[in-house]
Write a protein that binds this ligand. Structure first.
Ligand SMILES: Cc1cc2nc3c(=O)[nH]c(=O)nc-3n(C[C@H](O)[C@H](O)[C@H](O)COP(=O)(O)O)c2cc1C
Length: 171
């Protein structure tokens, strides 16, 4: 699989964010990066990959500069947002499920794996979230919340294996 590194990208001496931008171009998983400040109007989105634009049904250019709250609506659970907020405030990972809304008003269930990006001094410089649409699994016993949902896209095994190897979307 080609990850879209193009001439001009410098695989050496790249920052994590530059690396993610290069890899994220062709990756069929939504990626959103924000600044570190969490209180409104933050966290301000500084980057989304094309797959994220597709997921939320918006042009990536019109998402940059907004807060991820633009995806929330009537059925987005406040209790889950509070868990999300507190995890980020403590500098911890949030892995969970939220109802998000697209540009056309339709809703989808999003699996969200969000982590802090730390610099060499361990200070939080921003946050990165991997996001994908999931659907409710039918006819399987519910072991935990992750067992209730499955990936909505017909994404290939290779991608699933790569994400698992990186610990993304893993409980
Ligand atoms: C990188 C990143 C991605 C996020 N993605 C979403 C999202 O897809 N949907 C959502 O409802 N909130 C998302 N959030 C959470 C909101 O930005 C916000 O933190 C949440 O609403 C809780 O904080 P609040 O109580 O200040 O609103 C994301 C946050 C970050 C940092």
């Amino acid at each position: 699989m080609s990850y879209g590194l193009q001439e001009g990208d410098r695989p050496t001496n790249m920052t994590i964010v530059e690396l993610i931008r290069a890899f994220g171009r062709d990756l069929p998983v939504g990626i959103v990066i924000t600044e570190a400040a969490l209180e409104p109007p933050g966290p301000i989105i500084t980057y989304v990959n094309p797959a994220f634009g597709k997921l939320v049904g918006r042009d990536p250019d019109e998402i940059v500069g907004l807060s991820p709250r633009f995806m929330q609506g009537r059925e987005t659970r406040r209790a889950t947002l509070d868990v999300f907020h507190h995890a980020l405030k403590r500098g911890e990972r949030f892995h969970g499920y939220l109802t998000n809304y697209r540009g056309d008003g339709t809703r989808y269930r999003a699996e969200i794996d969000c982590r802090p990006i730390r610099n060499v001094r361990s200070e939080i410089e921003g946050f990165i979230s991997f996001e994908r649409e999931v659907i409710r699994r039918i006819g399987r016993p519910i072991a935990n919340i992750a067992g209730r949902y499955e990936d909505a896209s017909a994404s290939n095994d290779q991608l699933g294996n790569a994400l698992r190897a990186l610990g993304i979307f893993v409980a």
